[in-house]
Design a binder for this molecule. Sequence first.
Ligand code: UD1
Length: 418
Amino acid sequence: MKEIRVLGGNRLSGTVSVHGAKNSVLPILAASILSGAESVLHNCPDLTDVDASIEILEHLGCRVKREGSTVVVDSGPLNRCDVPDRLMREMRSSVIFLGAILGRTGQAHMSFPGGCELGSRPIDLHLSALGALGASIEETGGNLICRTHGLRGWELNLSIPSVGATENAMLAACCARGLTVINNAAREPEIVDLQGFLRAMGARVRGAGSSTILIEGGQPLHGCSYTIMADRIVAATYLTAAAAAGGEIRLLGVDYRQLSTVAAALSQAGCSIRSGNDWISLSCRGGLRGVCPVRTAPYPGFPTDAQAPMMAALAKSRGTTVFVENIFENRYRHAAELMRMGADIRVEGRVAVVCGVEKLHGAAVQATDLRGGAALVVAGLGAEGETRITGLDHIDRGYENLEETLRSLGAEIRRLDR
Ligand code: UD1
């Protein structure tokens, strides 16, 4: 069984570059099929979710080459329109291929992604957006079949600013005749990155980063070269790690504005944060103190993906912090694992009350989801003694070279594969 062992107590110190964003690269890889040409993508992280996306592209008939952090996708030879059930199960965000495959081929077949470790995660908004753009959707026996005789631009009003639904709608709208307007669109930086890539291919898209995105579909698309933005959630994780362990770290390649809510909570907790054009640094000398309620919200609010690592850091603090998880219904599974390490956390529905303790101690814990798993590493770095973390498949979906990076900052952490 694979296991990470962390011996807590070392302060972190040093500088690291943050790798490319998982949540950008996945929709961009899906979007690469729209052009029928070659996309050269730089700064692609080495993650199992990226491997799964590449497998889908290859299954569809695309030629994919990977050299270091550059992935080249030639979507010219694409000759299929289905995503195998295994890959749908492996990565729920495979659903992002729906709009892209439909737009490129006029039909798409895949299994229904269903629930996941964060709760039920429906895709009704994805489907109604594609339906409004002119797709017919059949759902039978857990399978989805989407077909169209030609997509057309439409005004879409999302009832919630879903990231995935916004992305699916953007991809399909690039292939629709006429203007599509997406109202109440997600404003996440990854949507802006997707827009950047679509524009590099020749698509006419504007407004990403605001609540209204406009797409003039039907433009001829061509090959391009594009660099994926840095991963703001990975950056947030390293910041919380340095807050939990103490020390001074600098992260390179990140846009500090994307981290403003996380940085604000950490400074309130007693850390000193500095930032420049493409870097952010954190210095934490004393212990942490509890902060004002951390309420997750769509961007630019506090990211749900940073909730677990932040909770792990504040588990060892003076005072109490209330967390309110507003995005996913079941996103506190890490709390029970943190309690094995001595944390005092009470969870009631969407609220978790974290009464800071003076010390955490090492324990055998299990990652139950991607960010919850990273949170256990964060807690382990600040705990006394050895923490043993299993369930690493979750962590490997979103962190490249996690142990090496933390070791380069002075942590005592290693992976065993027994
Ligand atoms: C994306 C991110 C994920 C992040 C999340 C919220 C990727 C690959 N994943 O996930 O890391 O935590 O945004 O920032 O980019 N919903 C519906 N119906 C739908 C779609 C969504 O009810 O059709 C609900 C979801 O259940 C959830 C909320 O909307 O409660 C937000 O989900 P959404 O923004 O769609 O998240 P994802 O795109 O799945």
